[in-house]
Design a protein around this ligand. Structure first.
Ligand SMILES: Cc1cc2nc3c(=O)[nH]c(=O)nc-3n(C[C@H](O)[C@H](O)[C@H](O)COP(=O)(O)OP(=O)(O)OC[C@H]3O[C@@H](n4cnc5c(N)ncnc54)[C@H](O)[C@@H]3O)c2cc1C
Length: 385
């Protein structure tokens, strides 16, 4: 089936408008610059966005969320990232990982952890990556093993979004050796106040510097059965399903960055004069703007299409990966041209073009690099060779 009806409902248009208004009003230039310069997590801003429901959009109403879908989440994401990718990430990724609980959690886990998010401004995280297990996530070395009545967790996780500001994190580790390395992995929900949990903020990131990223050390952390997500040994498959539902949101981040960078470039080429005329009057500039705008629109449609399938309970892995790869490449390309149109001024930190350029690159890296997305797409088309 091919989905072709892209009209947003009135409610969805209202949500998009509300997100745009919030971002334009609350993402103040000084805050954007301060958080980027000082790598500061904007906690108060995150709480403000949380209060209005922007980051709890997919959490069911029963647990205090908005009970909406990935489509609305993508609309909000685009609008937030359009104004500031760094602040947008800090606000919207504050519930990262909760999708795993929504998809696979027990009633008790949903009640405890989703309500923690909605009632007490809780911050979540998802930790699969390790120093030696990135793209090859099935090779994680963290151990989650049963000892008596409890589960004991030991390992190191790296590049974890919200790692040093989170209240709980969904940790992926090995419980047993299966026939294949994808078998035997398990997710455990670990609270950051647990004995043996230590997070260290990773500094000096290229971009998204308002977002918290940390290394997490887990040393003899104990949790009970009630903190194990679904059946032990199913963690890898849960993670792949999770990514099907979250990659369209990363694609929407890319669309937002690209849209913000394009608007910045358009303003600049209209006012900057060389050879006695605005640089927008050169045909090369006009054609490039047309190409970039077309690419953004294609990325947006692909993103919403992937989100539509997820929202209707039939995620399409190849579409989620197509959207993430294409929108990521578009973000990097448009941010690059935004700097180029600004000439030397684009290269200087006082101008926002430089920040979009630094922020865009992550879309091609996290939640699976662009090479991994192409691997997923080609496997869906060609099968495993
Ligand atoms: C800011 C930031 C936030 C992040 N947040 C999180 C988080 O919240 N939780 C989490 O678990 N992780 C997180 N990550 C980790 C991120 O998902 C990984 O960095 C990413 O998956 C790549 O893994 P790696 O860094 O180990 O690179 P590697 O896997 O070592 O890849 C290095 C290069 O080799 C290429 N490569 C690898 N395998 C293949 C292959 N089979 N074919 C072709 N090319 C290949 C890759 O595409 C890449 O170009 C974050 C990373 C960053 C930078």
């Amino acid at each position: 089936m091919i989905f072709l009806d892209f009209r947003l409902s009135e409610e969805q248009e209202d949500i998009r408008r509300a997100a745009r208004d919030f971002a334009e009003r609350e993402f103040k230039k000084e805050l954007i610059e301060e958080c980027d310069r000082e790598e500061k997590y904007p906690l108060e801003l995150m709480k403000k966005a949380r209060k209005l429901g922007f980051s709890t959009i997919k959490i069911p109403e029963k647990y205090g969320g908005m009970g909406l879908t990935l489509i609305e989440e993508c609309l909000i994401t685009e609008e937030f990232y359009r104004v500031s990718p760094g602040l947008g990430n800090a606000c919207l990724s504050s519930t990262f990982g909760t999708e795993l609980i929504i998809l696979f959690g027990s009633e008790e886990q949903k009640d405890k952890y989703l309500s923690w998010i909605t009632e007490r401004n809780g911050i979540s995280a998802m930790a699969s990556t390790e120093p030696e297990a990135g793209s090859d996530v099935a090779s994680v070395k963290t151990k989650i093993v049963k000892e008596g009545d409890e589960w004991v967790i030991n390992g190191v996780k790296t590049f974890i979004t919200n790692g040093s500001v989170c209240d709980f994190v969904l940790v992926l580790g090995r419980t047993f050796e299966g026939k294949k390395k994808h078998e035997g992995l398990t997710f455990a929900i670990v609270e950051s106040k647990s004995k043996g949990f230590k997070a260290t903020k990773i500094k000096n990131k290229l971009g998204l510097r308002a977002s918290d990223t940390a290394e997490i050390l887990l040393k003899d952390v104990h949790v009970g059965d009630e903190n194990i997500l679904g059946d032990p040994g199913k963690g890898f498959y849960q993670l792949m399903e999770f990514f099907n539902h979250t990659r369209p949101r990363i694609a929407a981040q890319g669309v937002g960055i690209a849209q913000g960078a394009l608007e910045l470039a358009i303003n600049y080429v209209k006012q900057r004069k060389q050879f006695g005329q605005p640089i927008a009057s050169f045909q090369y500039t006009q054609f490039k703007i047309a190409e970039l705008a077309t690419r953004i629109q294609a990325s947006r449609l692909l993103t919403l299409q992937a989100a539509w399938y997820c929202s209707n309970g039939q995620p399409r892995p190849e579409l989620s990966s197509m959207a993430k790869w294409f929108a990521g490449e578009t973000a990097v390309m448009v941010a690059d041209w935004c700097v180029q149109f600004h000439g030397g001024y684009g290269y200087i930190g006082d101008y926002p073009a430089e920040r979009y350029y630094r922020d865009a690159k992550i879309i091609e890296i996290y939640e699976g690099t662009k090479e991994i997305q192409k691997q997923i797409i080609s496997r869906q088309i060609l099968g495993r060779l």
